[in-house]
Ligand binder design. Structure first.
Ligand code: ZN
Ligand code: ZN
Length: 789
């Protein structure tokens, strides 16, 4: 084979990238109302990058290559696929990076975007670049501001004074969702509570609905994280009257059945009752305790507290309970006051033990009430309602979720489009004056208040209502406001009349497949759902969930820790691409292991992939010369080729597995190498090239040409000839409560989870499950699935 040219990845890659760019190969037009539309459409989305660093890291490379494989396979399977990209350009990470470099954030961010875009193009990802958006462009943030005003107009965004999380290092308020164990998620500094007047998004208005995921196929663990964050609990609000002052103190409890066991009451140090009525000692204690961080307070080993000298009357039996102030009760949960039931609550028990307070057991081992007067003997569950009714308390639901604070005292963000007038109050900037442009200022360093506040030219403005001198809102928005709707703008990025056209978003959305980090579960992924539900209520979109399918990739680690800008252990793709080419880099990042598991980046491993590409290169040239075209589609190699088609397709589209298809194509190539002049070698080789195309589109395109074809990126995805698939199957029996409800042939290679999934999909079974989650599922591999409901 002396005439086989050398495999030169850089030449090939640049050649095809130029072709795709010239042809606008991955641009897709939007549907036009009244004209015929492609029915099979797919919105492929990966979380957009922060351009806070001068390079993509290998975690990005993993995500965007996964999205790329999905894009190519779907496109070639006849789907109309949109796959956009953009930049989360505002916000703390970008601003902090700029400050570190001593350059204006805009300069740094735009330079980073240039670099990252070039890296993306160099990797050959099939992105529709005509839809590119960046959050810091006025064409985008004009609509962020417009939406902000809509939220205010619909009473879903409001200003109030209240305790907020202050990061002393970043010198700004941060949202609850980004406080991790009492520390700033960005910089690790311990967060302080401050009382400030801030804008809040009323996420709690949708608390109940956010617990459900109609039509959204999300990982159970993500739903569990969100539900836990929302923290819904059912209970009752019970009023205790203070014997000495006559004040009613409201207590939220999930356990009204234990009311007879209440032996004292505890109020939080911040509770207004303390300031109003408690003695000096209690006030002094409250002042000290309230200044401690929430984390310190919850982690404290020793319980502390002070008796206020006052008593509360238990409404169920008239007993007088001493009222204590103690820092283990938080103002932010429930009502900031609790009835303490030391017999049935661990923290109350510790407190009672420390201060020698009485303990009264009111539930016995059988779960029935004791020491509870006329309720004795009643099961605890029944007693809840009965006691609530008896004392005339209100059954109520409590949530852990708090409204989202969105004001930031930093420069690099979307200006808040409101004006403060002494006469008219808080007035929206008229729509015709949007966007409020973020001015270029010299001194943008954080200073504990918004840097914009000192810019008189920006701040001074006439009130749009009365015309008198007024001031702009000096704060900027949390960058998560930008990312709560960017995926809607992507599908209609050049719209000058509105943030997007409803017809267009209703065509493309919900997003068919979203890929991104599980670390965004209680932030971005929750906020986006809140935004979409609100917009659906206003008639702006025709759906209620933004992301139909969600996949969380594993972390790419370096030296055992997650690669990320904040951790400072970033390794970019440049070196490995320069050395081995984009195709090898793409293949390798997906070959490293299951995409949902963490993987350690070891660049030396690329060598193995490069050897495979060279082998494939030689093999295709050899077969093109030796095996006749079009070639047989029967035989051992053809059978192997068909099995590989079935496996790769199933792995990518259904199982979301990206490493196993690469091994499968490698195996196929090994078998072809053993018989390169077999009558079916050409068919098998063409199949191998076609199947590897989504992973390594450049070499695949080049080799497709060697095989006498062109435009593989548009060629139909291969379909397996079922008659050639030797598949082991067995008869799967599906039971509901032990009764046989269906039986059918199932693939012997399916995992237990997959068996459960196909069993649930059976229509005959679905009727008996009635949409409910089975209490228990029993799987006997190779035999049966039994649902217990
Ligand atoms: Zn911080
Ligand atoms: Zn005014």
């Amino acid at each position: 084979m002396t005439d086989t040219p050398r495999y030169e990845p850089h030449d090939i890659e640049q050649k095809w990238q130029r072709v795709w760019e010239d042809e606008r190969a991955f641009s897709v037009p939007n549907p036009v109302e009244g004209e015929p539309q492609a029915e099979n459409h797919w919105y492929q989305l990966e979380m957009l990058p922060y351009p806070s660093g001068p390079s993509l890291h290998m975690g990005h490379v993993l995500n965007y290559t996964m999205g790329d494989v999905q894009t190519h396979v779907r496109r070639r399977s006849g789907w109309h696929v949109v796959r956009p990209m953009g930049w989360d350009a505002f916000g703390l990470p970008a601003e902090n990076a700029a400050i570190k470099e001593g350059r204006h954030p805009r300069v740094t961010i735009e330079a980073n975007i240039e670099t990252m875009r070039a890296q993306m193009k160099r990797l050959g990802w099939a992105i529709d670049w005509e839809r590119e958006v960046a959050a810091h462009q006025p064409t985008f943030y004009r609509w962020t501001q417009w939406l902000f005003q809509q939220f205010v107009a619909h009473d879903l965004c409001y200003r109030r004074e209240g305790p907020v999380n202050w990061c002393p290092n970043d010198q700004t308020v941060i949202a609850n969702e980004y406080v991790v164990d009492g520390h700033c998620e960005r910089c690790g500094a311990e967060v302080e509570l401050r009382n400030m007047t801030q804008w809040f998004m009323r996420t709690t208005a949708y608390a109940d609905e956010l617990l459900e995921y109609p039509g959204a196929d999300w990982p159970e663990k993500t739903k569990a994280i969100q539900r836990n964050w929302i923290g819904r609990s059912e209970g009752a609000e019970i009023l205790f009257r203070c014997e000495e002052t006559g004040d009613d103190i409201a207590v939220f409890t999930t356990r009204p059945d234990t009311l007879f066991g209440a032996t004292f009451m505890v109020v939080a140090p911040e509770h207004p009752f303390v300031e109003a009525h408690a003695g000096d000692e209690a006030k002094e204690y409250a002042k000290r305790a309230g200044a401690r961080s929430v984390e310190e307070r919850s982690a404290a080993v020793e319980k502390t507290g002070v008796f206020t000298g006052l008593h509360a009357v238990n409404p169920v039996n008239g007993e007088k309970l001493p009222i204590w102030v103690a820092d283990y009760v938080l103002m932010d949960y429930g009502t900031g006051a609790i009835m303490a039931v030391p017999a049935h609550d661990e923290r109350d028990a510790e407190f009672a033990e420390t201060f020698g307070l009485p303990v009264v057991q009111v539930i016995d081992e059988d779960g029935k009430l004791v020491n509870s007067g006329r309720f004795n003997g009643l099961p605890a569950d029944e007693a809840k309602g009965a006691i609530v009714a008896e004392i005339g308390a209100t059954a109520t639901v409590n949530y852990r979720l708090r409204d989202w604070s969105v004001s930031r005292q930093r420069y690099w963000g979307c200006p808040i489009p409101f004006i403060h007038c002494e006469t008219c109050g808080v007035v929206p900037v008229p729509e015709s004056d949007l966007p409020v442009i973020l001015p270029d200022i010299e001194d943008y360093a954080p200073k504990g208040m918004s840097p914009l506040a000192q810019n008189e030219e920006y701040m001074n403005v006439a009130c749009p209502q009365c015309g008198s001198a007024a001031r702009r809102d000096p704060d900027t928005m949390d960058t998560f406001v930008d990312s709560s709707w960017y995926f809607l703008r992507y599908v209609d990025p050049h719209n000058h009349e509105a943030p997007f056209d409803r017809f267009v978003v209703d065509y493309w959305l919900p997003v068919s497949q979203y890929i991104g980090g599980v670390d965004h579960s209680t932030g971005h992924l929750l906020y986006s759902r809140f935004f979409v539900k609100a917009m659906n209520d206003w008639g702006m979109v025709g759906f209620r969930e933004p992301f139909e399918r969600l996949f969380h990739q594993g972390w790419v680690t370096l030296g055992g820790t997650k690669m990320s800008k904040t951790k400072g252990n970033v390794e970019g793709p440049d070196e490995v691409v320069a050395r081995y080419g984009a195709d090898a880099t793409r293949l390798y990042i997906l070959f490293m292991g299951p995409a949902d598991q963490d993987m350690e980046w070891t660049p030396s491993g690329v060598e193995g992939i490069v050897r495979f590409l060279r082998r494939l290169w030689r093999l295709v040239h050899e077969v093109a010369a030796a095996a006749p075209a079009p070639g047989e589609r029967q035989g051992l190699l053809a059978r192997k080729a068909n099995e590989t088609i079935a496996k790769v397709t199933d792995d990518v589209l259904r199982r979301f597995q990206f490493h196993t298809p690469i091994s499968a194509v490698m195996e196929l190539c090994n078998e072809i190498s053993a018989a390169p002049d077999a009558a079916d070698a050409r068919f098998a080789t063409e199949t191998a090239v076609s199947l590897i195309q989504p992973y390594a589109p450049h070499i695949a395109e080049e080799l497709w040409g060697v095989l006498g074809h062109e435009r593989l990126w548009e060629a139909p995805w291969p379909e397996a000839d079922e008659s050639q698939l030797a598949r082991a199957t067995f008869e799967l029996v599906v039971q509901v409560n032990g009764k046989v409800r269906d039986r059918f042939q199932a693939d012997a290679s399916l995992s237990e989870d997959e068996l459960v999934a196909i069993a649930r999909d059976s229509e005959r079974v679905a009727g008996f499950l009635d949409g409910a989650e089975p209490r228990k599922t029993i799987v006997v591999p190779g035999k049966l699935v039994n649902f217990v409901v």
